[in-house]
Design a binder for this molecule. Structure first.
Ligand SMILES: [Cu+2]
Length: 370
């Protein structure tokens, strides 16, 4: 176990394995090298638990974000540095599976990057146990062509856009008659919120190499820590990888995923979000026909939802009182989960659970030309 990684809590960030930084590039061949590593992870209250984590080659941070471009030929290699077999899958990406690899072994798979959208990669073995021990991460597929007929850029393939999503992205523009006056959405305006839960009893079972029965875990999993991108409480509230920031008129995409076992009900203050997509029965990205404004949305186990946080004037503030004169910018608004236990750590330590906030930096964006 001397090879085991030790992670302090704040060290769990968002390293990026970028297959192709250039959106809309020609199809290329891409190689992603991953390994499964045992790790001692320090949680928000100082407790250290044993986890199993995916690492990228030469990456010091776990669960790297994998970025690919739709249609690319992607080769994933996986080295198993853990003491039991591990596997790999991407629900919704046909063919993206590596069967069980023995300890010390290596596996490989080549597949076509799926349609534009947000995906989970995970270890499907002994489900949901290995995934809940930490073996999961986010994969972002950039569409080869993500434009609306009106020319607005979206995070989805043009052929999967619905009339509602086309109208929404076209309605974010620098035009006083538009519904969302400001900049169009840009790919750089994005946050990944990868939710997970940790049950220290399961971690201990794995550390002591006691047999783990996935079906039993499905029934007995009792999480005591609730994380966003591996962070919680004060850490997730302040982490730049989690916290959306921007001016009025700078819409942002939240790519929300739930790698855990429990249902979350994230709730946001200040603006409503617009729910753009969900997951089909086969794991594919389903772009919504009907876009509903939500202040609370449901994230079931393995859910993936893309949401627009519009960064509009908070509608609780009357236009006549905008911009506020006595309250200084940035205005800070909470995101917390309405599944109440998720707001705690270690069985009651509030508010050290799944929470963050977002910041409205000012009423006028610095890039505005009009
Ligand atoms: Cu609230």
């Amino acid at each position: 176990m001397n090879r085991r990684q030790f992670l302090t809590y704040g060290g769990a960030g968002a390293a990026v394995l970028s297959a192709s930084e250039e959106a809309y590039a020609q199809a290329t061949a891409t190689r992603i090298d991953l390994s499964v590593e045992p790790a001692d992870v320090e949680l928000i209250d100082g407790r250290v638990v044993y986890q199993l984590l995916f690492y990228g080659a030469a990456q010091s941070e776990p669960r790297p974000v994998i970025r690919v471009t739709e249609g690319d030929l992607v080769t994933v290699t996986l080295r198993n540095n853990a003491p039991e077999p591990h596997a790999f899958a991407i629900p919704g990406a046909p063919g993206a599976e590596i069967a069980a690899i023995a300890p010390g072994g290596r596996g490989e798979v080549t597949f076509r990057a799926p349609r534009g959208g947000t995906y989970l990669y995970l270890d499907p073995l002994n489900a949901p146990a290995h995934r809940l021990l930490g073996l999961h991460g986010a994969l972002i597929s950039t569409p080869r062509d993500g434009h609306t007929p009106g020319g607005a850029l979206t995070p989805f393939s043009a052929e999967t856009l619905t009339p509602a999503t086309r109208l929404l992205f076209d309605a974010m523009r620098d035009d006083p008659t538009a519904r969302f006056v400001g900049d169009p959405w840009r790919p750089a305006r994005e946050k990944i919120w990868l939710f997970a839960q940790i049950d220290p009893a399961l971690c201990e079972q794995a550390e002591l190499r006691r047999p783990i029965d996935g079906a039993a875990v499905q029934r007995t999993f009792a999480p005591r820590y609730f994380t966003i991108n591996g962070l919680s409480g004060f850490d997730s509230s302040e982490a730049e990888t989690v916290k959306p920031k921007g001016y009025v008129g700078q819409p942002l995409l939240i790519r929300n995923l739930n790698a855990g076992r429990n249902t979350h009900a994230p709730h946001i203050h200040g603006n409503h979000v617009l729910e753009l997509s969900g997951v089909g029965a086969d794991g594919s990205v389903v772009v919504r026909d009907n876009i509903i404004e939500r202040d609370t949305w449901i994230m079931r186990a393995l859910d993936r939802k893309d949401l627009i946080l519009p960064f509009e004037r908070p509608q609780d503030i009357p236009p006549g009182a905008w911009p506020p004169k006595e309250e200084p910018f940035p205005l800070r608004y909470a995101m917390h989960c309405h599944t109440e236990m998720s707001q705690t750590a270690g069985g009651g330590n509030y508010p050290q659970g799944l929470t963050t906030h977002w910041e409205l930096l000012g009423p006028t964006r610095p890039t505005a030309t009009s």
